[in-house]
Design a protein around this ligand. Sequence first.
Ligand code: F6P
Length: 405
Amino acid sequence: MNVVVGQSGGPTVAINASLAGVYQAAIKAGADKVYGMRNGIFGFLQERLVVLNELLCDEEKIELLKRTPACYLGSCRYKLKAAEVAEEEYQKIFEILKKYEIDCFFYIGGNDSMDTVDKLSAYGKKIGSSIRFVGVPKTIDNDLMVTDHTPGYGSAAKFVATVIKELVRDTEIYDLKAVTIVEIMGRNSGWLTAAAALAKGEDCNGADMILLPEAPFTMESFFEKIEARLKVKNNLIIAVSEGVKLPDGRYVCELADNTQGEDVFGHKQLTGTALFLADACAKRFGIKTRAIELSTPQRASSHLASLTDIEESCRVGAAAVEAAVRGESGVAAVFVRACNKPYCCETGVVDIHEIANLEKTVPLAWINEDGTDLTEEYLDYARPLIQGELTPYFADGLPKHLVLK
Ligand code: F6P
């Protein structure tokens, strides 16, 4: 058996743990060669393959891989056109698969990447190919349907909650009125911004407002809430999703006119929400404001990875291999939660159609009435996902990474 594995879409701290999970499970299942595609399906089309058996040959490398952020193999945002309009591309992919005698194809990615798994498995079925195509979910956005949560979310949530705690400490020092706006990734779903709610505890009052795309607001209602809070508190921390929306459906960052175009999946690149809102507050209230865009550190900070996330990400990679070995294709591995306390989560497999191109948002029932905080139910759901730490290996005072040259 030969297998090929690729990584696609925006990275996470745990996507390499899933790569390790796929690799180890494939070897255990008797795979002769485990190929890695450089830059996902885009690189595969150019036949840019590496042999992982040579690169991940010892346990130390695997452990380092689990502690390395971003995509070891490189990533891509590449949309396969429908087979009806671009059959040559599919023919080329299946020629390469045949040339390398590939039996199983694993793709680690988000909802857009599952579209690739869907299209390739459907085409494979159409031409009578026996190659199995299986998706391995990942995304800091936690916006995949069916799965209880996504690999990568727990670590990003741990980072977000930690940063909010640290910012609360820092902003408390002055006896002055100030507003700090913290912008968090997640596109149209507020899962990652919701993680700011985890900061609240015995030693921290947490964020003063948490604003998600699921709860649109007008600028006037935003100002009113800030004004009311400034009457009773000096320093406000507002966690805001990059994708927060106005009631008419526009992104708030569009008011600043600084969206930066669309990717091939039609997603607008969102940025500048915090800056826009901080400027608006400075003008409205005449007080000190600060905009903090967490940006890439929230998906690359492996020094603060959640051990639960890393271990589960390995497991979900292995579950995908086991599904392929059983003969399943056109499916994705998922998490199925059995219990919150004590936390217990199993892996399962679902039809790829249940995941590809769909987005799961935060349930409205988990957002408080005025749209500025999360409920206990969310906290019970998210807290298990951030538990435990995976200490990096350090060299010269800095975390060591495994790098593919
Ligand atoms: O989908 C993952 C994600 O990190 C989103 O949260 C974010 O909006 C987007 O990717 C950023 O895209 P890029 O990697 O192209 O900057």
